[in-house]
Design a protein around this ligand. Structure first.
Ligand code: ZN
Length: 398
Protein backbone atom coordinates (compact mmCIF):
# COMPACT_ATOMS: atom_id res chain seq x y z
CA UNK A 1 0.00 0.00 0.00
CA UNK A 2 1.43 3.38 -0.95
CA UNK A 3 0.81 6.74 0.65
CA UNK A 4 1.18 10.14 -0.89
CA UNK A 5 3.14 11.51 1.99
CA UNK A 6 4.55 10.71 5.42
CA UNK A 7 5.20 13.68 7.70
CA UNK A 8 7.50 12.57 10.49
CA UNK A 9 7.52 14.15 13.96
CA UNK A 10 4.66 16.51 13.17
CA UNK A 11 3.41 18.40 16.21
CA UNK A 12 -0.31 19.07 15.63
CA UNK A 13 -1.18 22.47 17.15
CA UNK A 14 2.22 22.41 18.87
CA UNK A 15 1.49 19.15 20.76
CA UNK A 16 3.53 15.95 21.04
CA UNK A 17 5.24 14.65 17.89
CA UNK A 18 3.43 12.08 15.76
CA UNK A 19 3.94 10.66 12.29
CA UNK A 20 1.13 11.71 9.97
CA UNK A 21 0.32 9.73 6.85
CA UNK A 22 -1.71 11.17 3.98
CA UNK A 23 -3.11 8.73 1.48
CA UNK A 24 -5.46 9.55 -1.40
CA UNK A 25 -5.57 13.10 -0.07
CA UNK A 26 -6.72 12.12 3.43
CA UNK A 27 -5.14 11.39 6.79
CA UNK A 28 -4.68 7.68 7.18
CA UNK A 29 -3.40 6.19 10.41
CA UNK A 30 -3.10 2.63 9.16
CA UNK A 31 0.23 0.92 9.74
CA UNK A 32 2.40 -0.53 7.02
CA UNK A 33 1.81 2.29 4.57
CA UNK A 34 4.82 3.00 2.38
CA UNK A 35 5.07 6.66 1.46
CA UNK A 36 6.12 8.08 -1.89
CA UNK A 37 7.58 11.05 -0.10
CA UNK A 38 8.71 11.87 3.43
CA UNK A 39 9.02 15.20 5.20
CA UNK A 40 10.77 15.65 8.53
CA UNK A 41 8.73 18.16 10.56
CA UNK A 42 10.93 18.11 13.69
CA UNK A 43 11.67 21.84 13.54
CA UNK A 44 8.06 22.83 12.85
CA UNK A 45 4.65 22.96 14.41
CA UNK A 46 1.78 21.59 12.36
CA UNK A 47 -1.48 23.41 11.79
CA UNK A 48 -4.40 22.30 9.68
CA UNK A 49 -5.02 24.81 6.87
CA UNK A 50 -5.38 28.41 8.03
CA UNK A 51 -8.95 29.63 7.61
CA UNK A 52 -9.70 33.08 6.21
CA UNK A 53 -13.34 33.39 7.27
CA UNK A 54 -13.99 36.94 6.10
CA UNK A 55 -12.47 38.78 3.20
CA UNK A 56 -13.48 40.59 -0.01
CA UNK A 57 -11.68 38.87 -2.87
CA UNK A 58 -13.41 40.99 -5.52
CA UNK A 59 -12.14 44.32 -4.16
CA UNK A 60 -8.42 43.82 -3.69
CA UNK A 61 -6.06 45.98 -5.75
CA UNK A 62 -3.10 43.61 -5.38
CA UNK A 63 -0.88 43.93 -8.47
CA UNK A 64 -2.66 47.06 -9.72
CA UNK A 65 -1.42 50.65 -9.65
CA UNK A 66 -1.22 52.40 -6.28
CA UNK A 67 -4.62 53.82 -5.36
CA UNK A 68 -4.30 57.29 -3.92
CA UNK A 69 -6.86 57.16 -1.15
CA UNK A 70 -8.75 60.44 -0.76
CA UNK A 71 -11.78 58.78 0.76
CA UNK A 72 -13.66 60.42 3.63
CA UNK A 73 -13.91 58.87 7.07
CA UNK A 74 -17.44 57.44 7.18
CA UNK A 75 -18.68 54.06 6.01
CA UNK A 76 -20.91 55.78 3.45
CA UNK A 77 -17.93 57.68 2.02
CA UNK A 78 -16.13 54.39 1.64
CA UNK A 79 -19.05 52.59 0.03
CA UNK A 80 -19.35 55.37 -2.55
CA UNK A 81 -15.60 55.41 -3.26
CA UNK A 82 -15.63 51.65 -3.61
CA UNK A 83 -18.39 51.78 -6.22
CA UNK A 84 -16.68 54.59 -8.13
CA UNK A 85 -13.36 52.75 -8.11
CA UNK A 86 -14.93 49.66 -9.63
CA UNK A 87 -15.87 51.72 -12.68
CA UNK A 88 -12.82 53.99 -12.84
CA UNK A 89 -10.14 51.36 -12.23
CA UNK A 90 -11.76 48.42 -13.96
CA UNK A 91 -11.27 46.05 -11.03
CA UNK A 92 -11.63 42.60 -12.56
CA UNK A 93 -13.09 40.33 -9.88
CA UNK A 94 -11.87 37.15 -11.57
CA UNK A 95 -8.27 38.33 -11.91
CA UNK A 96 -8.09 40.07 -8.53
CA UNK A 97 -9.58 37.18 -6.57
CA UNK A 98 -6.98 34.86 -8.10
CA UNK A 99 -4.20 37.28 -7.12
CA UNK A 100 -5.29 37.37 -3.51
CA UNK A 101 -5.70 33.60 -3.27
CA UNK A 102 -2.22 33.00 -4.73
CA UNK A 103 -0.74 35.64 -2.44
CA UNK A 104 -2.14 34.00 0.69
CA UNK A 105 -1.42 30.40 -0.31
CA UNK A 106 2.23 30.47 0.91
CA UNK A 107 0.95 31.51 4.35
CA UNK A 108 -1.11 28.32 4.41
CA UNK A 109 -4.57 29.83 3.84
CA UNK A 110 -6.50 26.86 2.44
CA UNK A 111 -10.11 27.93 3.05
CA UNK A 112 -11.60 31.34 2.32
CA UNK A 113 -15.03 32.85 2.81
CA UNK A 114 -15.38 35.91 0.61
CA UNK A 115 -18.16 38.45 0.62
CA UNK A 116 -18.65 39.52 -3.01
CA UNK A 117 -20.51 42.67 -4.02
CA UNK A 118 -23.91 42.57 -5.63
CA UNK A 119 -25.38 45.91 -6.61
CA UNK A 120 -27.45 47.63 -9.27
CA UNK A 121 -24.38 48.92 -11.15
CA UNK A 122 -22.34 45.72 -11.48
CA UNK A 123 -25.21 43.26 -11.07
CA UNK A 124 -23.77 39.81 -10.33
CA UNK A 125 -20.63 40.21 -12.49
CA UNK A 126 -18.33 40.06 -9.46
CA UNK A 127 -20.05 36.91 -8.20
CA UNK A 128 -19.50 35.29 -11.60
CA UNK A 129 -15.85 36.41 -11.63
CA UNK A 130 -15.06 34.99 -8.20
CA UNK A 131 -16.93 31.76 -9.01
CA UNK A 132 -14.73 31.40 -12.13
CA UNK A 133 -11.63 31.78 -9.99
CA UNK A 134 -12.95 29.29 -7.47
CA UNK A 135 -13.34 26.73 -10.23
CA UNK A 136 -9.90 27.47 -11.71
CA UNK A 137 -8.13 27.19 -8.32
CA UNK A 138 -10.27 24.49 -6.72
CA UNK A 139 -7.30 22.17 -6.24
CA UNK A 140 -5.52 24.83 -4.17
CA UNK A 141 -8.15 26.30 -1.88
CA UNK A 142 -11.78 26.00 -0.80
CA UNK A 143 -13.73 29.19 -1.47
CA UNK A 144 -17.18 30.10 -0.15
CA UNK A 145 -18.94 33.01 -1.85
CA UNK A 146 -21.31 35.31 0.04
CA UNK A 147 -23.72 37.43 -2.04
CA UNK A 148 -23.10 40.77 -0.36
CA UNK A 149 -25.26 43.91 -0.77
CA UNK A 150 -22.39 46.32 0.02
CA UNK A 151 -24.26 49.43 -1.12
CA UNK A 152 -27.43 48.59 0.76
CA UNK A 153 -30.35 46.46 -0.28
CA UNK A 154 -33.86 47.79 0.24
CA UNK A 155 -33.26 51.46 -0.72
CA UNK A 156 -31.60 50.43 -3.99
CA UNK A 157 -34.41 48.88 -5.93
CA UNK A 158 -33.56 45.67 -7.72
CA UNK A 159 -30.77 44.65 -5.32
CA UNK A 160 -32.79 41.93 -3.63
CA UNK A 161 -33.64 40.41 -7.02
CA UNK A 162 -29.92 40.50 -7.90
CA UNK A 163 -29.13 38.74 -4.63
CA UNK A 164 -31.59 36.05 -5.67
CA UNK A 165 -29.87 35.83 -9.06
CA UNK A 166 -26.49 35.55 -7.31
CA UNK A 167 -27.74 32.59 -5.30
CA UNK A 168 -29.04 30.94 -8.47
CA UNK A 169 -25.67 31.59 -10.14
CA UNK A 170 -23.89 29.60 -7.45
CA UNK A 171 -23.24 31.83 -4.44
CA UNK A 172 -23.12 29.74 -1.26
CA UNK A 173 -24.28 32.18 1.40
CA UNK A 174 -26.70 35.08 1.74
CA UNK A 175 -25.06 38.28 2.99
CA UNK A 176 -26.46 41.41 4.57
CA UNK A 177 -25.23 44.70 5.98
CA UNK A 178 -26.12 47.12 8.76
CA UNK A 179 -29.89 46.75 8.60
CA UNK A 180 -30.58 49.85 10.70
CA UNK A 181 -27.96 52.38 9.58
CA UNK A 182 -27.57 51.56 5.89
CA UNK A 183 -31.00 50.21 4.97
CA UNK A 184 -32.67 52.10 7.86
CA UNK A 185 -35.26 49.37 8.18
CA UNK A 186 -33.80 46.56 10.27
CA UNK A 187 -36.85 44.30 10.47
CA UNK A 188 -37.46 44.33 6.72
CA UNK A 189 -33.76 43.90 5.88
CA UNK A 190 -33.32 40.94 8.19
CA UNK A 191 -36.65 39.39 7.17
CA UNK A 192 -35.63 39.70 3.51
CA UNK A 193 -32.24 38.01 3.86
CA UNK A 194 -33.61 35.21 6.01
CA UNK A 195 -36.41 34.63 3.50
CA UNK A 196 -33.83 34.47 0.70
CA UNK A 197 -31.66 32.05 2.67
CA UNK A 198 -34.69 29.92 3.50
CA UNK A 199 -35.79 29.83 -0.15
CA UNK A 200 -32.36 28.69 -1.31
CA UNK A 201 -31.61 26.53 1.76
CA UNK A 202 -28.37 28.45 2.28
CA UNK A 203 -26.61 29.91 5.34
CA UNK A 204 -26.40 33.59 6.27
CA UNK A 205 -23.41 35.81 7.03
CA UNK A 206 -24.27 39.40 7.88
CA UNK A 207 -21.98 42.40 8.39
CA UNK A 208 -23.15 44.06 11.59
CA UNK A 209 -21.06 47.14 12.41
CA UNK A 210 -23.87 48.81 14.34
CA UNK A 211 -22.88 49.92 17.78
CA UNK A 212 -24.25 49.66 21.31
CA UNK A 213 -27.93 48.97 21.88
CA UNK A 214 -28.80 49.51 18.21
CA UNK A 215 -26.44 46.71 17.26
CA UNK A 216 -27.75 44.55 20.10
CA UNK A 217 -31.31 45.09 18.86
CA UNK A 218 -30.34 43.93 15.36
CA UNK A 219 -28.47 40.99 16.85
CA UNK A 220 -31.64 39.98 18.69
CA UNK A 221 -33.62 40.16 15.45
CA UNK A 222 -31.05 37.83 13.86
CA UNK A 223 -31.25 35.45 16.82
CA UNK A 224 -35.07 35.37 16.70
CA UNK A 225 -35.13 34.50 13.00
CA UNK A 226 -32.38 31.90 13.36
CA UNK A 227 -34.54 30.19 15.96
CA UNK A 228 -37.79 30.57 13.99
CA UNK A 229 -36.30 29.07 10.82
CA UNK A 230 -34.23 26.42 12.67
CA UNK A 231 -31.04 27.82 11.15
CA UNK A 232 -28.86 26.90 14.12
CA UNK A 233 -25.25 26.35 13.00
CA UNK A 234 -25.87 28.20 9.72
CA UNK A 235 -25.63 31.85 10.71
CA UNK A 236 -22.54 34.00 11.22
CA UNK A 237 -22.48 37.60 12.38
CA UNK A 238 -19.41 39.48 11.17
CA UNK A 239 -17.89 42.14 13.44
CA UNK A 240 -20.73 42.47 16.02
CA UNK A 241 -18.90 45.38 17.68
CA UNK A 242 -21.96 45.93 19.87
CA UNK A 243 -20.92 42.90 21.93
CA UNK A 244 -17.95 44.87 23.20
CA UNK A 245 -20.07 47.86 24.29
CA UNK A 246 -22.74 46.44 26.59
CA UNK A 247 -22.80 46.10 30.36
CA UNK A 248 -21.57 42.78 31.71
CA UNK A 249 -24.97 41.19 32.33
CA UNK A 250 -26.36 42.14 28.90
CA UNK A 251 -23.14 41.03 27.22
CA UNK A 252 -23.18 37.65 28.94
CA UNK A 253 -26.88 37.13 28.21
CA UNK A 254 -26.46 37.83 24.49
CA UNK A 255 -23.39 35.62 24.21
CA UNK A 256 -25.22 32.74 25.91
CA UNK A 257 -28.15 33.15 23.51
CA UNK A 258 -25.78 33.14 20.54
CA UNK A 259 -24.24 29.92 21.88
CA UNK A 260 -27.69 28.35 22.36
CA UNK A 261 -28.65 29.14 18.75
CA UNK A 262 -25.19 28.11 17.49
CA UNK A 263 -24.61 31.45 15.81
CA UNK A 264 -20.93 32.14 15.06
CA UNK A 265 -19.28 35.52 15.49
CA UNK A 266 -16.42 36.75 13.35
CA UNK A 267 -13.97 39.33 14.58
CA UNK A 268 -11.00 40.86 12.79
CA UNK A 269 -9.66 42.60 15.91
CA UNK A 270 -10.00 46.04 14.35
CA UNK A 271 -7.84 48.56 16.24
CA UNK A 272 -10.30 51.37 15.44
CA UNK A 273 -13.43 49.71 16.82
CA UNK A 274 -14.56 48.34 20.20
CA UNK A 275 -12.78 45.13 21.19
CA UNK A 276 -14.98 42.07 21.59
CA UNK A 277 -14.84 40.12 24.88
CA UNK A 278 -12.83 37.34 23.29
CA UNK A 279 -12.04 35.38 26.45
CA UNK A 280 -15.65 35.43 27.64
CA UNK A 281 -16.90 34.45 24.19
CA UNK A 282 -14.63 31.42 24.08
CA UNK A 283 -15.27 30.48 27.73
CA UNK A 284 -19.01 30.45 26.98
CA UNK A 285 -18.40 28.12 24.04
CA UNK A 286 -19.19 30.60 21.26
CA UNK A 287 -17.85 29.71 17.82
CA UNK A 288 -15.43 32.51 16.98
CA UNK A 289 -13.79 32.95 13.58
CA UNK A 290 -11.50 35.59 12.16
CA UNK A 291 -10.50 37.09 8.85
CA UNK A 292 -8.53 39.82 7.13
CA UNK A 293 -11.55 41.74 5.83
CA UNK A 294 -10.32 44.02 3.01
CA UNK A 295 -6.75 43.54 1.78
CA UNK A 296 -5.13 46.41 -0.11
CA UNK A 297 -8.30 47.99 -1.47
CA UNK A 298 -10.08 51.36 -1.47
CA UNK A 299 -11.19 50.74 2.11
CA UNK A 300 -7.86 49.77 3.60
CA UNK A 301 -4.46 50.23 1.94
CA UNK A 302 -2.79 47.44 3.94
CA UNK A 303 -3.11 43.78 4.77
CA UNK A 304 -1.42 40.66 3.43
CA UNK A 305 -3.94 37.94 4.33
CA UNK A 306 -1.68 35.99 6.68
CA UNK A 307 -4.03 34.43 9.23
CA UNK A 308 -1.20 33.84 11.71
CA UNK A 309 -0.60 37.58 11.66
CA UNK A 310 -4.33 38.00 12.20
CA UNK A 311 -4.06 35.75 15.27
CA UNK A 312 -1.41 38.17 16.54
CA UNK A 313 -3.69 41.17 15.93
CA UNK A 314 -6.49 39.47 17.87
CA UNK A 315 -4.10 38.89 20.76
CA UNK A 316 -2.82 42.47 20.68
CA UNK A 317 -6.34 43.93 20.52
CA UNK A 318 -7.35 41.89 23.56
CA UNK A 319 -4.24 42.43 25.66
CA UNK A 320 -3.22 38.79 25.34
CA UNK A 321 0.44 37.88 25.66
CA UNK A 322 0.71 34.51 27.37
CA UNK A 323 1.23 31.27 25.48
CA UNK A 324 -2.21 29.86 26.25
CA UNK A 325 -3.95 32.96 24.93
CA UNK A 326 -1.85 33.03 21.75
CA UNK A 327 -2.65 29.36 21.20
CA UNK A 328 -6.32 30.27 21.57
CA UNK A 329 -6.11 32.97 18.89
CA UNK A 330 -4.49 30.38 16.60
CA UNK A 331 -7.43 28.06 17.21
CA UNK A 332 -9.79 30.90 16.20
CA UNK A 333 -7.89 31.25 12.90
CA UNK A 334 -8.03 27.49 12.25
CA UNK A 335 -10.69 25.35 13.98
CA UNK A 336 -12.93 28.31 14.85
CA UNK A 337 -13.08 29.44 11.23
CA UNK A 338 -13.62 25.88 10.02
CA UNK A 339 -16.54 25.38 12.40
CA UNK A 340 -18.08 28.75 11.52
CA UNK A 341 -17.80 27.99 7.80
CA UNK A 342 -19.11 24.45 8.21
CA UNK A 343 -16.01 22.90 6.61
CA UNK A 344 -16.31 19.13 6.53
CA UNK A 345 -13.37 16.85 7.26
CA UNK A 346 -11.21 19.57 8.79
CA UNK A 347 -8.43 18.71 11.25
CA UNK A 348 -5.96 15.92 11.80
CA UNK A 349 -8.32 12.97 12.37
CA UNK A 350 -8.30 9.85 10.23
CA UNK A 351 -10.26 10.35 7.02
CA UNK A 352 -10.07 14.13 7.22
CA UNK A 353 -8.63 16.26 4.43
CA UNK A 354 -4.85 15.79 4.28
CA UNK A 355 -4.04 19.49 4.72
CA UNK A 356 -1.11 20.74 6.77
CA UNK A 357 0.76 23.96 7.34
CA UNK A 358 4.22 23.41 8.81
CA UNK A 359 5.48 26.53 10.54
CA UNK A 360 9.11 26.77 11.68
CA UNK A 361 8.45 27.49 15.37
CA UNK A 362 8.81 25.79 18.74
CA UNK A 363 5.34 26.61 20.04
CA UNK A 364 2.03 27.98 18.76
CA UNK A 365 2.73 31.17 20.67
CA UNK A 366 6.03 31.63 18.84
CA UNK A 367 4.32 31.04 15.49
CA UNK A 368 1.83 33.81 16.35
CA UNK A 369 4.36 36.19 17.82
CA UNK A 370 6.95 35.92 15.03
CA UNK A 371 4.82 34.72 12.07
CA UNK A 372 7.71 32.91 10.35
CA UNK A 373 7.49 33.04 6.57
CA UNK A 374 9.23 29.82 5.45
CA UNK A 375 6.21 27.59 5.78
CA UNK A 376 5.45 24.34 4.03
CA UNK A 377 1.88 24.01 2.82
CA UNK A 378 0.30 20.68 2.00
CA UNK A 379 -3.16 20.25 0.56
CA UNK A 380 -4.76 16.84 0.11
CA UNK A 381 -1.30 15.35 0.43
CA UNK A 382 0.24 17.51 -2.29
CA UNK A 383 3.07 19.88 -1.33
CA UNK A 384 2.02 23.27 -2.74
CA UNK A 385 4.61 25.37 -0.94
CA UNK A 386 7.97 24.21 0.38
CA UNK A 387 9.75 26.42 2.90
CA UNK A 388 7.96 29.47 1.51
CA UNK A 389 8.48 28.74 -2.20
CA UNK A 390 5.51 27.91 -4.43
CA UNK A 391 5.73 24.56 -6.22
CA UNK A 392 6.67 24.96 -9.86
CA UNK A 393 3.53 23.46 -11.31
CA UNK A 394 1.21 26.05 -9.73
CA UNK A 395 -0.52 28.59 -11.97
CA UNK A 396 1.36 31.87 -12.45
CA UNK A 397 -0.21 34.97 -10.94
CA UNK A 398 -2.20 36.68 -13.71
ZN1 ZN B 1 -16.24 42.81 5.35
Amino acid sequence: MTADLLVRNARPMGGDPVDLVIRNGRFDTRDGVLPKEEIDATEYIALPGLVEAHTHLDKTLIGMDWYENRVGPTRNHRILADRQAKRALGIDARRQSARQILQTLPFGVLAIRSHVDVDTEIGIANIEGVLETREALRDLVDVQVVAFPQSGMLPREGTLELMDAAMRAGADIVGGIDPATIDRDPVRHIDAIFALADRHSKPIDIHLHELGELGAFCLELIIERTRALSMQGRVMVSHAYCLGMLDAARQQGLIETLVAERIAVLTVGSPAMPALPLRLMRQCGLTVASGSDGIQNTWEPWGNGDMLERAKYLAQRNGMTNDADLAETTRICTFGGAEAMGLEGYGFGEGNAGDLVLVPARALAEAVALTPSKRTVIRRGRVLVRDGALAEDLPPIA
